[in-house]
Design a protein around this ligand. Structure first.
Ligand code: ATP
Ligand code: MG
Length: 564
């Protein structure tokens, strides 16, 4: 599969996608009086992921564009897998993304109406109760190349069907013993049209309807009718549902109800990412991640905790566009979107993740200077802050090499380097411990070089970040990498579990230091740590015990791939 290229027309504007074209045509022709009503229909059986975010942005975005509205409908027809925990998280995530739904509905609100409609289909001789055992039913469905066989129960009378269906509802029969099926065509070329199941018996507690029901409608029977009840004009779903469309239309036609229409677009797939709720649940339950909101998860709550902004996710959804064919989007496009957004609004700070101490021998012992630095060069309104400077500082261990290669412009013995916002320093002495490890550097500073420029015009190429040792605040820093090792997470050796593809290095914890102004940060505050990346404050963070998550590094891999 190919990486998607965004479709741009000659004027440099993004071309309208095919769904916008369809809706525009409908609005112009006065269909449904020009009304546009879409819906986002999650099943509350897990947390939303970035694929759902794409669907949310599309459904809400399309409605907004045409002055319409969007409903939130929980597709809660599967009591054994669903829970209010998921309902609550879904609502929170949609709001956080910045969207407001018009009405909040539940497919379970429609159980009574769906039941009445099922009776109507029975009366029209378009549905029947089937007692065939499950494996028999499977065999009789036929195959793609062979027609199926009619069930021996297909010719039951309307009266008998009505009676059996009522007794199914009344709880007289055990799970799996009978189903209600539509009577369509057992030889239909589309397998889904071969007398699809409308209802199955499940004696299970439902998170909303409690024990009121022991028969539950199937997705195909519930979805279109729910759309119709809400008078949804454009019901947008992912490509795999295109084979379901004839069935969607069949129910609406036979019941003679409001004609919602279904349209399909390609689901979002991302490199290095699994996007099925079943698999994400497994990662949570088996402890491979700390929870649904682990910052390595592609869930919306995981991305939020990682430091992603709603704006960056909306921009991403927009850039991905709307395709009619399946494709895989490069994860670096998502990273590009958050970098672009945070570059504009994240304040800059200095942090040292792997410190080595530098003593500036000609700097007075007790002196502390306040150095003023701009918070964000991209945003004048962000103002300035004071950073203390003193005789002992920390620099990044990587910024010093005792025996460097030619093009190493950072600190080296007898070399000079610029301290960001501060002075030029020169390394005179390297102190090691008994194991030969460098533990301290002795340097001198040039008092005439405040702000980092020399008074005699000598050029110093390297600039490094630093913190005053006695003012630096300790912090835990969580460095994340991709959760999976391969572009296609399913690309694992034959016969091994998909989880063998997990990246064992996806989380590294560093104990570093940050600027003192960061002492009072709140969870989800976002910063750029200069030269290190974008970071946000984790929920685990407390004053005195700061925890930062790396949202992304500063290195842009998307520009390279896309050739921009
Ligand atoms: P999963 O396969 O992850 O369990 P799902 O499709 O079963 O997802 P639903 O809760 O039924 O999850 O999805 C709600 C809506 O989000 C549906 O309209 C669905 O088509 C859409 N959706 C789900 N995954 C994606 C995706 N990867 N890209 C775009 N839309 C998606
Ligand atoms: Mg689904």
């Amino acid at each position: 599969m190919e990486t998607e290229k965004v479709n741009v027309n000659e004027a440099g504007e993004k071309a309208r996608n095919f769904l916008e074209e369809i809706i525009e045509k409908d609005v112009k022709s006065g269909k449904h009086d020009g009304r546009v009503l879409t819906r986002f229909p999650p099943e509350p059986n897990g947390y939303l992921h970035i694929g759902h975010a794409k669907s949310i942005c599309l459904n809400f975005g399309l409605a907004q564009k045409f002055g319409g509205k969007t409903n939130l409908r929980f597709d809660d027809t599967n009591p054994t897998k669903e829970d209010v925990e998921y309902v609550d998280s879904i609502k929170e995530d949609i709001k956080w993304l910045g969207f407001k739904w018009a009405d909040e509905f539940y497919a379970s609100d429609y159980f009574e109406q769906l039941y009445l409609w099922a009776q109507e289909l029975i009366r029209k001789d378009l549905a029947y109760v089937d007692d065939q055992p499950q494996d028999q039913m499977r065999v009789n469905r036929g195959t793609v190349t062979q027609p199926g066989k009619d069930s021996p129960f297909r010719t039951r009378s309307v009266e008998e069907n009505l009676d059996l269906f009522a007794r199914m509802r009344a709880g007289e029969f055990p799970d799996g013993s009978r189903v209600l099926r539509a009577k369509i065509d057992m030889a239909h070329p589309n397998m889904l049209m071969r007398d699809p199941i409308l209802y199955r018996i499940i004696h299970a507690h439902h998170h909303r309807t409690g024990d009121k029901w022991c028969i539950y409608p199937m997705y195909d029977y519930a979805h279109g009718q729910s759309d119709s009840l809400e008078k949804i004009t454009h019901s947008i779903c992912t490509l795999e549902f295109d084979v379901h469309r004839p069935l969607y239309d069949w129910f609406i036609e036979k019941l003679e109800i409001f004609q919602s229409k279904q349209y399909e677009f390609a689901r979002l797939n991302l490199t290095y990412t699994v996007m099925s709720k079943r698999k994400l649940l497994q990662l949570v339950q088996e402890g491979f991640v700390s929870g649904w909101d682990d910052p390595r998860m592609p869930t919306i709550c995981g991305l939020r905790r990682r430091g992603y902004t709603p704006e960056s996710i909306r921009t991403f959804a927009d850039r991905v566009g709307v395709a009619k064919r399946d494709n895989v989007i490069d994860l670096s496009l998502l990273e590009f979107c958050i970098r672009e957004d945070l570059n504009k609004r994240a304040e800059r700070r200095m942090a040292v993740l792997n410190p080595i101490k530098v003593v500036i021998t000609n700097y007075p012992e007790d002196k502390v200077e306040e150095i003023h630095a701009v918070n964000n060069p991209e945003d004048d309104a962000a103002g300035k802050r004071a950073i203390p400077f003193s005789r002992e500082i920390y620099i990044e261990r990587d910024d010093f090499m005792e025996d460097p290669p030619k093009k190493f412009f950072r600190l080296k013995p007898d070399g000079e380097v610029r301290l960001r916002y501060a002075y030029l320093i020169k390394c005179n002495e390297v102190i090691k411990d008994d194991n030969g490890e460098v533990v301290e550097l002795r340097c001198t500073y040039d008092p005439e070089s405040a702000g980092g420029t020399s008074s005699d015009g000598r050029k110093v190429k390297g600039v490094i970040h630093w913190l005053s040792a006695k003012h630096a605040v300790p912090a835990e820093v969580r460095l994340f990498d991709r959760l999976f090792q391969n572009e296609d997470p399913d690309d694992v050796p034959e016969g091994t579990d998909w989880k063998t593809g997990l990246n064992p290095e996806s989380l590294k914890v560093a104990k570093g230091f940050v600027e003192p102004v960061l002492q009072n940060v709140e969870p989800l505050d976002r910063f750029q740590f200069e030269r290190l990346g974008y970071f946000s404050v984790d929920y685990d963070s407390k004053p005195g015990n700061l925890v930062f998550n790396r949202t992304s590094t500063l290195k842009d891999t998307w520009a390279k791939i896309s050739g921009k």
